[in-house]
Design a protein around this ligand. Sequence first.
Ligand code: MLT
Length: 257
Amino acid sequence: MMTRSHTNKINEAPVLFLHGFPFNRSMWQEQIEFLSRRGYRCIAPDLRGLGENRFAGDVATMEGMARDVAALMDELNLESAVICGLSMGGYVALDFVKLFPERALALVLAGTRAPADTDREKAAREQQVQTILRAGMVPISIATVPKLLARRTLAEKPDVVKDVRNMIIKSDPRGAAAAQRGMAVRRDYVADLAEITVPTLIIVGREDTIRPPADAEFMHRRIAGSQLIVLDDAAHLTNIEQPERFNAVMSEFLARL
Ligand code: MLT
């Protein structure tokens, strides 16, 4: 767990970051450094079976991860926090706000979507699970890195490409398989969107082909008062590809809370 605390601005809302698949808390490094400097308390756990979080069974459900987040908040004596999730972290955030509406002060949903998987998508996930369990994380890193990042990131930011690849390769294959299976059985969040009453910021990369802008627009239309930001020269990993713009948008949003 990464947690930093600054006591000079105790009224600032704590921000809890939920990473995507198959990554870990380190993907939020730039946001944690930036917001910590501005007095925000930032918390970024590794989700079930990923990073340094232990493997806990063959299916790591989004609801289970959301309950882990609530338990972590209990441990930290945090009644509520701004919940920021990217992609799989966004699914966890949507489960969290449904289960514990009073504990989410606001939501940041990046590169995520509300509808459940189709049967075809579920089958593709299970196929990937079989590859991961048979051959580890390298084949998926080779197949997915080009889809995760925008053209300019791939061409001009070799360190980002390397970090993303390393993050994938370092994941425990059993944990990644469990998270993939958990995503396949996640709830459909569409009906929940109209019930979200907290301030919500939706961020998407213009070049995201995994969770494209249409998915973000869909959520934006259904979450009353939500703000939608589309970042250029970014695909699925907006916070890593365009950290300065992501941080600026997020800190403006937080300042308005
Ligand atoms: C992620 O980045 O967390 C995943 O791409 C989400 C998904 O596969 O639905």
